[in-house]
Design a protein around this ligand. Sequence first.
Ligand code: UT7
Length: 329
Amino acid sequence: MGINILGIGSYVPEQKLTNDDFKKFIDTNDEWIRTRTGITERRMAGWEPAWYMGKQAALEAIGQSGINPDEIGLIICTSVTSDFLTPSMSCIIQNEIGAKNAASFDLNAACSGFVYALDTASRFLDTDPSLKYVLIVASEALSRFLDFEDRTTCILFGDGAAAAVVERSDKMYSSYLAADGSGASSLYARSLSVAPEIAVEKEFDDGFEVKDNMHRLIQDGKTVYKFAVNALPAAFEQAAAKIGVSKDDMDFFIPHQANMRIIETAAKKLGVPIDKFVVTLDHYGNTSSASIPLALCEAIRNGTVKKGMKIALIGFGAGLTYGGIIMEY
Ligand code: UT7
């Protein structure tokens, strides 16, 4: 069983942050950022909560689908930058869009979140005949978790959201989800939880570095880079092997948008020309779980990806997680 994307939408904050803007507070320059990452600018959420960006993307996706919000049976939100620990972002969006019949939960697989959520949706649709439509919303306000004094990390990320309404279909479909938790401490942000004074204190090394600005994103870029250049090809190859398709059957690859050099290396390893890869990181940076659907949404909007085309969504991220979906748009 496969899935059909009925509608897709996106939202990015108005405020742009160019590479030159970073020169005001860190020792960097446009040339370094462009040549090492491919990023030129990114968006930054000022007043917008992450749930609000997700709601706007969801409304566009629902509008394009031509369904009523009360026909949605399940909402899955993905985010590493939720506004609240609880309630889930999906419950907030459920209320905001009037999807009163939708079960709602959040899923955190970091930058692989949209791939994980789409596959979760396909499995719900496969096993519950009463479920017609699933709404997936990926929304990230990473700027609120960045250390703007850490020049190796803060220049990489941007804010934005994208959403899709999916239904079951008999189109081609395959997926592969994976994780390697041994790399968990190479990319993380702590929650702001603090033990109360009456709690028993004891030295405890949890394997994650402790810094003063403890909820900021901390990354060992080189380790993540090495993981990514193998994870992206593996995500495709594992999903492809399940249904006996090859790279040559694909019209487009929509990879996680982290670094142009990672995408180029993955394309080379797969033996796929780079122009078969959709790239939006130049103007959005890395928007974590929103990056794949944002890129897909843009490629559909500008006519690159058309109905009937075979596409591969391949992601990797903190966890470390990775995964791929092969489907027909
Ligand atoms: O979804 C999350 C996934 N995360 C990723 O995909 C990140 C994967 N990693 C990367 O993309 C790369 O490792 C980075 C872009 C983060 C870093 O690139 P790099 O080629 O590995 O650079 P580096 O860390 O080896 O740094 C090289 C030099 C260093 O200077 P020295 O020690 O050689 O003098 C850095 O201090 O570049 C310096 N540097 C900068 N210079 C100007 C680091 N950041 C900057 C900067 N501007 N923003």
